[in-house]
Design a protein around this ligand. Sequence first.
Ligand code: MLT
Length: 404
Amino acid sequence: MLHVNENYSKIKPTYLFAEIAHRVAAHQAKNPGAKIIRLGIGDVTEPLAPSIVAAMHRAVDDEAGRENFHGYGPEQGYAFLRDKIAKCDFQDRGMDIRSDEILVSDGAKCDCGNIQELFGTDVKIAVGDPVYPVYVDTNVMAGRGDIRLLPCTAENGFVPPPETAGDADIVYLCYPNNPTGAVATKAQLQAWVDWANAGKRLLLFDAAYEAFVRTPGIPRSIYECQGARTCAIEFRSYSKTAGFTGVRCGYTVVPDELVAYASDGSGVPLKPMWTRRQTTKFNGASYITQRGAEAIYSPEGQRETRATVDFYLGNAKLIREAMCAKGYTATGGVDSPYIWVGVGSKSGDAGDSWAFFDKLLAEANVVTTPGAGFGAAGEGYIRISAFNSRENVLEAISRLDKVL
Ligand code: MLT
C-alpha cells in the first residue's frame, strides 16, 4: 500500500500566497480591464542595481569561455562571497562570525523550511502568532503537530517575551517582523538569548528584513547580543536587501558552538549536520548569482542597494500615514517594508481580515494580505507591502482613500 504522508492533511491545502494569487486571478478574469495593484506578497519591483547587473554579466562571460568556466561550485558557497559576508555583514559591525560558519543558499525561505530536518520530531517548537507560515507548515509536514504559539499583540508591541515560550526547545524569531513590521530592541533580543542559553534551547532567527532597519540601536543581527553564538542560527536573504526575489540567493549562519543533543545526552554539532544536509540535497547557488551577490558588498553596490531600500521605506511611510489619516491603527513601515493595519480599529468597519481583503480587491483593485492568513492572532489585521513603484503606491493610496 502506498501510504501518503498524512501530515500534509494537517496543513491548509494551499500556501497563503498561492491562495491569494488564486483569488486575484479570479478577480482579474471577472474584470479583465481592472488595473490591479499588488501590495500583497512582498515581491520587489525595482530592477537590480547596475553594479550587480554588471557583475552578473561578467560572470556570464566567465561561463562563456573555457578559461574561467565554472561547473559545480562548493555547495556551501564560493569563498569570494562567504569572505565578503563575514567581513561586511558581521566583522565590520563588531560581530564574531567567520566565513566558514556561513552557508550560501538559494534563499532564506528554503533554509528556514529545511533547517527543521536537523532536529528530532519530538522537539517542541514555538513561533510567534501571527507568523510567516513557512516555519509552521514545514514542521507540521515533518510530523511536529504540537506547535506553541506566542501571542504577538499590540499590547506587547508584537514582540513576545521569552516567558511565553514555556518548555519550547526551539523558537523561531523574525525581526524586523514579517508580517507585523515590528522591530525588537536589543534588550528584548538579549532576553531571548539569555533564556535560550539558560535552558540549552535554540533560536532560529530570521533576519530577512535587516536592511530596512534605520532606527539607531535596533539590532540587525541576533549576534549583536552577547552569547548568541551558543544559541542562535541566523537566516539572511538578498531578496529584499538587493532585489533578488527572482535571482535567488541568501545564506545561513551556523556558529561552531551550536549543538543539539543525542539520546545519550552528548552534544552533536549542528554546523557539520547542516553542511551534510546541504552537500547532499543542494548543489549551491549558481556562480553567476553569487558573483551578483558579491557585488552588493562593493561601495557602489552598497550605495545602490541602500538607495532602493530607502525608496521602499519612502513608500512604506506614505502607506502608513495614509492609513493612519483614515483612522486606522498601523504598525511597521518604519524599519520594515510591511505595514500592519488594524482593520477593526476604525469604528463601523468589519474586523474580519479576509472580508477586508476581499473588499479592497473588489472595490479598489488593490491586493493586500489578510492578517488571518498568518495565524489566529492576525485576525482583525491586513498586511500592506511597500514593494511597488511610487506611481502605483500613490494610485493605491488614492483608491483606498475613496473606498475606506
Ligand atoms: C512575504 O510576502 O511574506 C514574503 O515575500 C514571502 C517570502 O519571502 O517567501
